[in-house]
Design a protein around this ligand. Structure first.
Ligand code: NAD
Ligand SMILES: O=C(O)C(=O)C[C@@H](O)[C@H](O)[C@H](O)COP(=O)(O)O
Ligand code: ZN
Length: 369
C-alpha cells in the first residue's frame, strides 16, 4: 500500500509517496512532471550499486533518457568543491531547462543535488528519491537545500522545493543500523515538537521501526512527513514556526562542526544529543519538568542512540560550542533563537535564554554529567 502526503505550497505543491516498491515505479510517477525527455540521476557510491540500475530501468521504461553522476558518500561531499564538480558534470551532460534532476540517496545527496538544481541554468526541476530513514522523514521534504562551509553547517543554500518525493521504505532494508538510528532521532523530534502521543507511540514501537518492520516504518515515515508538510506549508521560508523543526539543531550543528562534519558524529546523532540539551536547559531554567528530559534520555538510550556527549578521545570546550552557535542561521540582532520546550510535545521559540544557564548546561554535558 502507498500513502500519499500532499505538501500544500500553492504552485510549488507536491506529493510525498510512501510505500514499498516505489523505486521500480519512479519512471511512471515522474513521467507526468517531465518538461523534456531527459533525467540526470545524482547518487553516491554506496547507493549506486544498490539502487541506481533499478531507478534508471524504470525511467527508461517510461520513455525518459537517464544519465547519472556518482559522488563519494558522506557528509564531506556537501561542500563547495563537490558542488562545483556536480554542476560541471551536469553542464558536461548538456543539461537543459527541461531536464529533470533526480536525487537518489540520503540527505547529503538530497541537499547537495537540490542546491545544484536550484542554480543550474538559474533553476531546474528536481525529484527526491530518499534512501535513508533520515531523508525519508525529513530532508527530502520542505525544500531546504545547501552545503556546509568552513564557517558552519548549511550556511550556503537555497529554498528549492522538489516536484515529487518517492520514499520507498523497502530501500531501508540495506541501511546500516547506525544510519537507521541517526534517522530515528529526527522521527523522535516530531514527537517532542508538538506530538506527545506520537512520542508515546515511539516508546512502544520505536524498536520495530528501527528493526525495519514494514508497518511500523510506514507509520513512522507517514506521521513524520505529515508533521513536516504541515509546518512547511505554514511557513515555507522559516519566518517563524518552521524554526521548530530546528529543535536540537543549534546544539547539534555545533557538535557536527566541532567534529569536522565527519563520521565521528552523524547529523542525527548530534540532533539526538542536541534535543537532550534543549530539554535539559528548558528544565534547568524552570520551563519544563526534569522528568520529561529524563524520559527522552531513557528512550534514546533504550534505542541505542547516545543521549550524552561521547567522553573518549575528545575534550568538549564550551567556548567553542558557543562560538559555533553564534553562527546559527536563527541568530537575530546578535542573539541566538532557541527551540525550547515546556515538556514533551510542547516546544516553542525564544531568544530569552540566560547565557550563564546555557554555559553551565554545556559545561555539565561536556564533563559527562
Ligand atoms: N534539507 C533538510 O531539511 C535536512 C533535514 C535533515 C537533515 N539534513 C541533512 O541531511 C544530511 C544527513 O543525511 P543522511 O543521514 O541521509 O546521511 P547520508 O546522505 O550521508 O547517508 C548516510 C549513509 O547511508 C548510505 N546510504 C544511503 N541510503 C542507503 C541505503 N538504502 N542502503 C545502504 N546505505 C545507504 C549513504 O551512502 C551514506 O553513506 C546532513 O547533511 C543533514 O544536514 C537536511
Ligand atoms: O526543514 C527544516 O526546516 C529543518 O530545520 C529540518 C532539519 O532537520 C534539517 O537538519 C535542516 O537542514 C536544518 O536547517 P538549518 O536551516 O538549521 O540548516
Ligand atoms: Zn536535521
Amino acid at each position: 500500500m502507498t500513502t500519499v502526503v500532499p505538501v500544500d505550497l500553492g504552485e510549488r505543491s507536491y506529493d510525498i509517496h510512501i510505500g514499498s516498491g516505489l523505486l521500480d515505479r519512479a519512471g511512471e510517477l515522474i513521467q507526468p512532471l517531465m518538461r523534456g525527455n531527459r533525467a540526470l540521476v545524482i547518487t553516491d557510491d554506496q547507493v549506486a550499486p544498490l539502487y541506481l540500475e533499478r531507478v534508471e530501468k524504470s525511467l527508461v521504461a517510461a520513455g525518459i533518457m537517464p544519465m547519472h553522476t556518482v559522488l563519494p558518500a558522506g557528509e564531506k561531499t556537501k561542500d563547495f568543491p563537490h558542488l562545483e564538480a556536480l554542476l560541471d558534470a551536469m553542464l558536461a551532460a548538456r543539461a537543459e531547462r527541461g531536464t529533470m534532476v533526480v536525487a537518489l540517496g540520503g540527505g547529503v545527496i538530497g541537499d547537495l543535488t537540490g542546491f545544484a538544481a536550484s542554480i543550474l541554468l538559474r533553476g531546474v526541476d528536481f525529484v527526491q528519491i530518499p534512501t535513508t530513514l533520515l531523508a525519508q522523514v525529513d530532508s527530502s521534504v520542505g525544500g531546504k537545500t545547501g552545503i556546509n562551509t568552513r564557517h558552519g553547517k548549511n550556511l550556503v543554500g537555497a529554498f528549492h522545493q522538489p516536484r515529487l518525493v518517492l520514499a520507498d521504505i523497502s530501500a531501508l532494508q540495506t541501511l546500516p543500523r547506525r544510519q537507521m538510528l541517526a534517522g530515528y532521532a529526527e522521527v523522535v523530534k516530531y514527537g517532542i515538537i508538538d506530538d506527545a502521543p506520537f512520542f508515546a507511540w515511539l516508546e512502544t514501537n520505536g524498536a520495530a521501526v528501527v528493526a525495519g518492520d514494514p508497518d511500523a516504518l510506514a507509520q513512522a515515515v507517514a506521521v513524520s512527513c505529515r508533521a513536516k508538510a504541515r509546518i512547511v506549508a505554514a511557513d515555507e521560508r522559516e519566518g517563524g514556526v518552521r524554526a521548530l523543526l530546528n529543535l536540537g539543531h543549534t546544539f547539534g550543528h555545533a557538535l557536527e562542526a566541532e567534529t569536522g562534519f565527519s563520521d565521528e558524529m552523524l547529523h542525527g546523532e548530534a540532533v539526538a544529543i542536541g534535543m537532550v540539551m534543549a530539554l535539559r536547559l528548558s528544565s534547568q531554567i524552570g520551563l519544563a519538568p526534569a522528568e520529561d528530559c529524563e524520559r527522552l534520555k531513557r528512550h534514546l538510550d533504550a534505542m541505542g542512540l547516545s543521549s550524552a556527549l561521547p567522553a573518549s578521545g575528545r575534550l568538549w570546550e564550551v567556548s567553542r560550542l558557543l562560538d559555533h552557535m553564534r553562527g546559527d542561521k536563527k541568530v537575530k540582532d546578535g542573539k541566538v533563537t532557541f527551540v525550547m520546550a515546556r515538556g514533551i510535545g510542547q516546544s516553542f521559540l525564544t531568544r530569552d535564554v540566560p547565557e550563564d544557564a546555557l554555559a553551565a548546561m554545556l559545561a555539565e554535558m561536556a564533563a559527562g554529567r
